[in-house]
Ligand binder design. Structure first.
Ligand SMILES: [Zn+2]
Length: 320
């Protein structure tokens, strides 16, 4: 199976352990086509892109999931988003001088802690109906993969092992996760009543599987994560277990910016502020940070934002 731009879901047979594996090629290139990032920022952005796809694929929802890192380091802000249809976008804001200094000091691969500084990792789920859920954990653990593990452990109470890798052509991520044991047998297990102690035995078995996966993933270098065939990778991650692999799902880059979204942001700035810009520049132009598409709002469109008589319909803002 082609490994490009796909997400794979799998479960360990007869155990409450599941996994995800994502590999992106063309979508990764499309996602950062309009931005120029130093190598180390590119790598972190790629890892975050893989991570948000893994995260989104573990949750049942319709809407958008946002992974946001904010800290005192050279990368001040990193946002990666994934919809339930596995449409991705991501952007990073960074201090070019500090990144260059760190890259020079570390010969291209600054330590995660130096790079992001003190900060937090927020995971926000915005459902299409408007419901919002957010989990926040400190940015710790020495890598983005470790920070994601801490998020699952702390915010979701789901013990999880994660490995992430990115280079200029591809990103890859593997997640193995221990699910809560239910009173009954895991789905797919043979029937029959539980003997006393059977639940505890199954819990111990699933714990052992996860810890073995954690060790196996830690032993896989970024090059192997990026290059090994998916089946081979999963066999390494869950060695000795039968896996049930579902059909791969397509993952793609798509920006969700729209006149409506940009308009909502402009409305928050206030009419006086926008009128000032109009007087000075003749139009208010906003460039999407994710895809660099310029959105231009003229006097009429700005008036429309505030319920003016010439209120345009959605999507009527002109594109440069
Ligand atoms: Zn956009």
């Amino acid at each position: 199976m082609s490994a490009s731009d796909a997400l794979h879901r799998f479960t360990v047979e007869h155990q409450a352990v599941r996994g995800r594996c994502v590999r992106l090629g063309p979508a990764w290139l499309a996602l950062r086509e309009h931005a120029v990032y130093p190598a180390a920022v590119r790598r972190l952005l790629g890892e975050a892109t893989a991570a948000v796809a893994l995260l989104a694929s573990t949750i049942k929802f319709e809407g958008e999931l946002t992974l946001q890192m904010q800290g005192t380091g050279a990368v001040r802000l990193l946002v990666a988003q994934c919809t339930h249809e596995l449409q991705l976008r991501a952007v990073a804001r960074f201090d070019a001088e500090r990144v260059a200094a760190l890259e020079a000091k570390a010969e291209g691969a600054p330590a995660f802690a130096d790079f992001v500084g003190d900060g937090q990792l927020a995971v926000t789920l915005e459902a299409e109906g408007g419901a919002r859920y957010q989990g926040i954990v400190p940015l710790g653990g020495g890598s983005l993969a470790a920070a994601i593990e801490l998020y699952f452990e702390g915010s979701e109470q789901l013990p999880t092992a994660v490995a992430l890798a990115a280079d200029d052509a591809q990103v890859a991520g593997v997640l193995v996760q221990r699910l809560p044991q239910t009173g009954g047998r895991p789905v797919g297990a043979a029937g029959g009543a539980d003997a006393p102690g059977a639940l505890a035995a199954r819990e111990a078995e699933a714990d052992a599987t996860l810890e073995a996966s954690r060790a196996a993933l830690a032993g896989l270098g970024p090059d192997e994560l990026l290059a090994r065939p998916i089946e081979d990778l999963l066999q390494r991650a869950c060695s000795g277990h039968d896996l049930r692999l579902q059909a791969a799902q397509a993952v793609g880059f798509r920006c969700r910016c729209s006149a409506e979204r940009v308009g909502a942001m402009l409305r928050a700035l206030g009419e006086a502020e926008l009128d000032g810009i109009l007087a000075e520049q003749g139009a208010v132009t906003v460039t999407c940070e994710f895809c660099h598409r310029p959105w231009r709002f003229g006097a009429q469109e700005v008036a429309g934002l505030f319920g003016g008589a010439d209120r345009p319909r959605d999507g009527s803002a002109t594109l440069n």
